[in-house]
Design a protein around this ligand. Structure first.
Ligand code: 76R
Length: 249
């Protein structure tokens, strides 16, 4: 059998995309809307506490275009907690005025393609831990998309030897590092969890850097030959205040 990459796995991730049912929302009276927003804000304050305790993280963004109105990305130590938060959100009054449009379940992943040899336990290494259990930046923009590595004819990633894959990942990483300080990426693995193999979440204060990075990678062998992509979602940063403003009608 071919040599599988070994993965390090961190926090579990739920990307939850919702559209707002504006017609129903506008039919509520002002007091009901205010109460629903207050209840949602309390929910946000509660999940913020987990970010502060560094036992999880979250990101809340609008989604531009018709695929969704907003995305809540939640990272937790267990899949069970993701399930609990999803249910908790669904029980909020506001949730009744949202329509689920997409979701993605994965776990933050690092592979061993470029890891040097070492006897230490990687899960104890602070640099590794910072990537497996990431603090999410409050960048102005987010970009999310799911992707696969192709398995077709001569372009079957999973039939390539470890050395070939490692060489291609090195080239991939080199392009990625060119965007250091401009784009933060979180790669989460979803084989066995969702319809694609990875989720890619990018954060940046300059939205154009997403296009530049993804475009440049298209010319790199690992993306050019093996990358297959799902839908792309792009959006802008929300917090409790911005969310409240967005819901004003
Ligand atoms: O972890 C590391 O930093 C080592 C290098 C590295 C790996 C192993 C790395 C670096 N990535 C790795 C793995 Mn990546 N990455 C993507 C996409 O749109 C596309 O064409 C691809 C989507 C982007 C934009 C991106 C960005 N990467 C992976 C994997 C798992 C592959 C596997 O295991 O087979 C996928 C699917 C994937 C996809 N990558 C980087 C980046 C960036 C910006 C970096 C540099 C990170 C840094 O050094 O700070």
């Amino acid at each position: 059998m071919n040599e599988a990459a070994i993965t390090l796995d961190g926090w579990y991730v739920l990307h939850d995309f919702r559209s707002i049912d504006w017609v129903a929302w506008k039919m509520l009276d002002e007091d009901e809307r205010r109460a629903a927003v207050e209840e949602f804000t309390a929910f946000l304050n509660k999940i913020n506490k987990t970010d502060e305790a560094k036992t999880g993280a979250h990101a809340l963004y609008t989604i531009v275009g018709q695929k969704a109105d907003f995305m809540l990305m939640i990272l937790r130590e267990t899949m069970d907690e993701l399930q609990e938060i999803e249910t908790e959100f669904n029980k909020l009054t506001l949730a009744a005025f949202t329509v689920p449009t997409y979701s993605y379940v994965s776990v933050v992943e690092l592979s061993n393609y470029l890891a040097g040899k070492s006897d230490e336990d990687p899960y104890q290494n602070p640099h590794v831990r910072a990537r497996l259990y990431p603090e999410l930046p409050r960048s102005q923009y987010v970009c999310f998309y799911p992707m696969d590595k192709r398995r077709e004819g001569n372009d079957n990633w999973y039939m390539l030897g470890m050395d070939d894959r490692r060489a291609m990942m090195a080239s991939h990483g080199k392009i990625g590092r060119g965007y250091a300080g401009k784009v933060k990426q979180i790669i989460s693995g979803s084989i066995g969890f969702d319809d694609y193999e990875w989720g890619v979440t990018l954060f940046s204060d300059d939205v154009l850097q997403f296009k530049k990075l993804v475009y440049e990678m298209r010319f790199d062998e690992v993306s050019a030959r093996f990358g297959e992509f799902g839908s792309f979602y792009v959006g802008t940063l929300l917090d409790a205040d911005k969310f409240t403003k967005m819901l004003e009608v």
